[in-house]
Design a protein around this ligand. Structure first.
Ligand SMILES: [Cu+2]
Length: 510
């Protein structure tokens, strides 16, 4: 017999990478497989930026139906016994206004000036500020608790150590090493979360994904009080400077949850404040009292009160939807009027369980005001409905109205260019005093994407004074079209105009 024994010495191969640190593989005798025995503690190198957010948990009187109307029917909430049950205040009912503890953004660590919520994010309602970051970044949240209950911020998805997990439980780590687990009233803490690859979009995800953050001292009562907010992580290289995804014109975050105000730590206060000092008329065992405190809400709004769900036709709209709550919180958000893509599949609804986080892309082609509601029967009846509006989009068009020598008019055909179809760039040269087309113009057109020139004509002459240049945009994003005039009627004249175009993905490919 020939001995097949092969004597090999263990070989140690060290692979290093700037991004992943050092990984040590150990090959053993008679083995074709590398067995990873050690992954050294060299941390991921975070080459991105540190994004700092100032967030406090604040006590806020929140109105679930600030218009007083059932916006879906156009009728006052008080006029109907069902809508009245959830919204009308009385000696035995709290009504539509409740004291809650909510995350709110501030401008700095003095927590004196609220970060203004722009019209674009008005729809967030009870949700905390959006934390945007790109893979490779570090997120720093300077947090202050101004509620009477201990609170924390526990993030989903991003990379944290025990100090910044924001959740107390028996994990064998001493409390002294978990300072972020519960911030007492008046206290503060700075959470630091890293955003490695595994916190960002996976191969089948779109360019950005949703995570949620919430308080996790008493997870049930904290979230019933309203302590929840969104984190959006964009793939490395696909983010704008503010962390939002490139080529996405509009982002919406909507949370579908039945806020159970009888599980809020403020229940006794709310009864006392809103039903009368003696509280004697409130029957805690009355099933209608219980039901009146269930708020079938989208971002803390019921019966169509969610504001600001507006967008432009034929733009790239990204919907981040999430669920939260108890076993009744199975939701099925449904959009009327337009369709969406999720995981490469077409739909007009999506299913949500508590703390589900899903991303859908919409290219609204259908102008109008449309229903956006949970499709569960009981939830519709309880007011889990909103309206969204698609406004007609006339695309980029305009003139350099300050043009002294002549005005330059610009438009595109199609109005909303995409990467999937050719676009005509239309330029008109207009005599400033007479407002009529100026003939015999020497001009040059350049298309820029950021600082990169992607197209340029040579110096051309138009006898007509109106030109059409066919152009096919290759990538989504915003472009600048620069029109330079060099002469009119063979005389040197200098005028320049710049126009911005937002190019979306091809509707078909989407
Ligand atoms: Cu529902």
């Amino acid at each position: 017999m020939i001995s097949k024994t092969i004597i090999m010495f263990g070989i140690i191969i060290v692979l290093s990478s700037a991004l992943t640190g050092v990984v040590v593989y150990h090959f053993t005798a008679n083995s074709n497989q590398a067995t990873m025995i050690t992954k050294t503690a060299t941390p991921t190198v975070f080459q991105g930026v540190t994004r700092t957010y100032y967030i406090a948990s604040d006590e806020v009187k929140w109105n679930y139906a600030p218009t007083g109307m059932n916006v879906i029917t156009g009728k006052p909430l008080a006029n109907d016994s069902v809508t009245a049950l959830y919204t009308q205040n009385g000696v035995d009912r709290i009504g539509s206004v409740y004291l809650k503890c909510l995350y709110r953004g501030y401008t700095d660590d003095t927590f004196t000036t609220l970060q203004p919520r722009t019209a674009q994010w008005e729809h967030l309602g009870v949700l905390g500020p959006v934390i945007h970051a790109e893979v490779g970044d570090t997120i720093k949240v300077v947090f202050k608790n101004d509620c009477r209950i201990p609170t924390s911020i526990h993030p989903h998805g991003v990379l944290y150590d025990k100090a910044s997990e924001g959740a107390p439980y028996n994990d064998g780590v001493p409390d002294s090493e978990k300072p972020g687990e519960a911030i007492p009233p008046g206290g503060n803490f700075t959470y630091v979360w890293n955003v490695p690859e595994r916190a960002g979009p996976g191969p089948h995800d779109p360019s950005s994904i949703l995570w949620m953050y919430h308080s996790h001292v008493n997870e049930i009562t904290d979230t019933s009080a309203g302590l929840v907010g969104p984190i959006i992580i964009t793939r490395n290289g696909e983010a704008n400077p503010d962390g939002t995804p490139k080529g996405v014109d509009r982002e919406f975050v909507t949370l579908f949850t039945i806020f159970n105000e009888t599980r809020s730590p403020y229940l006794a206060d709310n009864i006392k404040t809103f039903t009368g000092e003696d509280m004697s008329q409130v029957n805690m065992t009355d099933p209608n009292f219980w039901e009146s405190n269930l708020k079938y809400s989208i971002n803390g709004y019921i019966f169509g009160n969610t504001p600001g769900l507006d967008m432009k036709q034929n733009t790239h709209v990204r919907w981040y939807v999430a669920g939260m709550g108890g076993e009744s919180d199975i939701h099925s958000p449904h959009w009327h009027g337009n369709t969406l893509l999720i995981d490469g599949m077409r739909t007009d609804m999506v299913e949500l369980l508590p703390m589900s986080m899903k991303v859908l892309d919409m290219y609204p082609d259908n102008v109008g005001t449309w229903l956006f509601h949970c499709h569960v029967n009981d939830h519709m009846q309880g007011g889990m409905l909103a309206l969204y509006t698609v406004e007609k989009n006339n695309g980029t068009q305009g003139t350099n109205s300050s043009g002294e020598n002549l005005k330059i008019g610009f438009s595109t055909d199609v109005a909303n260019p995409t990467t999937g179809q050719p676009t005509q760039l239309k330029v008109d040269f207009i005599n400033t005093p007479t407002n009529s087309i100026e003939e015999h113009v020497d001009y040059k057109v350049t298309v820029m994407k950021g600082t990169t020139q992607v197209y340029s004509t040579s110096l051309l002459h138009t006898a007509d004074g109106s030109v059409t240049i066919p152009y096919q945009f290759q990538d989504v994003g915003s472009y600048q079209v620069v029109v330079e005039v060099d002469g009119i009627w063979f005389m040197p004249v200098s005028e320049t105009a710049e126009f911005q175009i937002n190019v979306a993905s091809s509707y078909k490919l989407m």
